[in-house]
Design a protein around this ligand. Structure first.
Ligand code: NOJ
Length: 559
């Protein structure tokens, strides 16, 4: 049993989207027993922790992020017995399990909401956020299009839903809500789970004035101004920490859209007693255009480098970073910041992995990233399943006609969340080995060449490269502790940084472009270097270097 404090600082966390990982019973939907079958695969990769996207009972308006019972397992995924067996086996194999905690909102089918909407006097009414009015109480928009308010005709009041209509926001001002959440968390921790990834946890404290928000030219106000990092959020998280988190040796990561470095310090500094780390999103918007993600623009490497610098330096002494390229809400990284063509897919996937994993923070790997899975292009909007793209299509293409069908679909091909949600590609057999039945969402047709079996058979695969990255994280304390420093900041194609320790340093060079690049390094970087890892043929560290397309290298220098 691991007892070292802060074990999560040199752990690597692997995210599983259960619906799309492995189907054990042929119903076309991934499940817990399917994940169990793949534990040895994950052990071979070498990760320490598995984060499961929600597995709780849910009507699936947002694939499990709309929970109707926090203490039950979604039938599609199995039973509580299956969960217990899964947890026990994962622990036997030395893998920790992190649960998704979705407590900014519930499903509208949760017992609390059913009670709450039954009458204004119901004791659960105040578990949610209700307002009077002939029209919407303010102009806030939902993240999934349209207004964030829904009229409940029966009781003639509006309830707030920052996400889908079927995801009413909980009222964290109500102490009873907080106590219910803490007791539910305690229940799972007593079962033995090893931590929580907290869904949009920085939105739980709403500014109680409920003022109109700026629209930035859109139809609705951006509610984030009044909901993200709200007035009482730190008070609530400190209370949660006191009541629950501090009593267990666990890892916590808060999803925090709109978080700034200063706020992140408050969430994640050890002496603040809130969370271990947060997911920030600035990097995920560097390629968004006029209509946000639906009109993507080419990304500028300098912006990415500035962002890395800001967060690496910002949280160097206080707080802790999470490192991720992918998750279930983001397109596939090799298609986004790399190159998914047959020629460059593997090489650019390795370069991206190397780049991310050489930073300070806890790295996350999203299922399929380790084999270089790519975005998908479904023929028609009907093939998409995600509430976000379906609502946006209705709003932007059908209703307001702000975007043409073609423009929108191109945006979707690049940015839709379903890019991440196509089934994991295990082999070149039917449905990529994911399911013997009809998968709930289309399999990316490239499973015939991109799949885990192929990767495991190829010693030069992205999989084994990630295995090495994970191994380095475990073996080299400098990856956890070394001081980050960036070089050649103005270079538009190459990212150069170092990690400095007392007796050694690491030098990282990444060519993000599809053309060869010549770089002239500052003298301080060039020393008696040994190659640690690269996705190219061996070459020495020299003052002037020629990098091949998508080359990624890390050197170790002993001082
Ligand atoms: C963030 C989750 O990652 C996303 O998948 C979900 O739709 C929203 N929060 C709402 O729960």
């Amino acid at each position: 049993m691991e007892t070292r404090k802060d074990w999560w600082k040199n752990s690597v966390i692997y995210q599983i989207y259960p619906r799309s990982f492995m189907d054990s019973n042929g119903d076309g939907i991934g499940d817990l027993n399917g994940i169990r079958q793949k534990l040895d695969y994950l052990k071979l990769l070498g990760v320490d922790v598995l984060w499961l996207s929600p597995v709780y009972a849910s009507p699936n308006a947002d694939n499990g992020y709309d929970i109707s019972d926090y203490r039950a397992i979604m039938e599609d995924f199995g039973t509580m017995e299956d969960f217990d067996a899964f947890l026990a086996e994962a622990h036997e194999k030395g893998l920790k399990i992190v649960m998704d905690l979705v407590v900014n909102h519930t499903s509208d089918e949760h017992a609390w909401f059913l009670e709450a909407r039954s009458s204004k006097e119901n004791p659960y009414r105040d578990y949610y956020i209700w307002k009077d009015g002939d029209t919407e109480p303010n102009n806030w928009g939902s993240v999934f299009s349209g207004s964030a308010w829904e009229k409940d005709e029966a009781t003639n009041q509006w309830y707030l839903h920052l996400f889908a209509t079927k995801q009413p926001d909980l009222n964290w001002e109500n102490e009873k809500v907080r106590q219910e959440v803490y007791s539910m968390m305690t229940w799972w921790l007593d079962k033995g789970v090893d931590g929580f990834r907290m869904d949009v946890i920085n939105l739980i404290s709403k500014d109680q004035r409920f003022l109109d928000a700026p629209t930035y030219g859109g139809l609705y106000g951006n509610s984030m101004i009044y909901t993200a990092n709200g007035p009482r959020v730190h008070e609530f998280l400190k209370e949660m920490n006191r009541n629950v988190l501090s009593k267990y040796d666990i890892v916590t990561v808060g999803e925090a859209p709109g978080v700034t470095v200063e706020e992140a310090k408050k969430y994640t500094s050890a002496d603040e007693n809130e969370l271990n780390m947060v997911f920030q999103f600035e990097m995920m918007s560097i390629d968004q255009g006029e209509y946000g993600k639906w009109t993507p623009i080419p990304f500028d490497l300098r912006k990415m480098k500035q962002n890395f610098k800001k967060w690496q330096e910002g949280l160097a002494d206080q707080g802790w970073n999470s490192l991720y390229w992918n998750n279930h809400d983001q397109p596939r990284i090799v298609s986004r910041f790399g190159n998914a063509s047959e020629e460059w897919r593997k090489k650019s996937a390795k370069m991206l992995g190397l780049c991310l994993h050489m930073h300070q923070g806890t790295p996350y790997i999203y299922q399929g990233e380790e084999i270089g899975m790519t975005n998908v292009r479904f023929d028609s909007i009907e093939d998409y399943k995600d509430v976000e793209i379906l609502n946006a299509y209705k709003e932007l293409v059908k209703d307001s006609k702000r975007l043409s069908e073609d423009t929108f679909m191109e945006g979707g091909y690049r940015m839709s969340r379903d890019n991440a949600r196509t089934p994991m590609q295990w082999n070149d057999q039917k449905n990529g080995g994911f399911s013997s039945g009809q998968p709930w969402i289309g399999v990316n047709p490239n499973y015939r060449t991109i799949n885990a079996e192929e990767a495991l058979a190829d010693p030069d695969s992205v999989f084994y490269f990630y295995q090495k990255l994970i191994d380095l994280r475990h073996k080299l304390p400098i990856l956890t502790n070394g001081v980050y420093k960036q070089y050649l900041e103005e270079d538009e194609n190459v990212y150069v940084f170092s990690r400095e320790g007392e007796n050694e340093s690491l030098v990282v060079l990444c060519n993000f472009s599809r053309s060869p690049q010549h770089v002239v390094l500052p003298d301080e970087l060039v020393g008696n270097a040994q190659l640690l890892l690269s996705n190219e043929e061996e070459k020495e560290l020299q003052k002037e270097m020629d990098l091949t397309p998508y080359e990624g290298i890390v050197y170790q220098i002993k001082k």
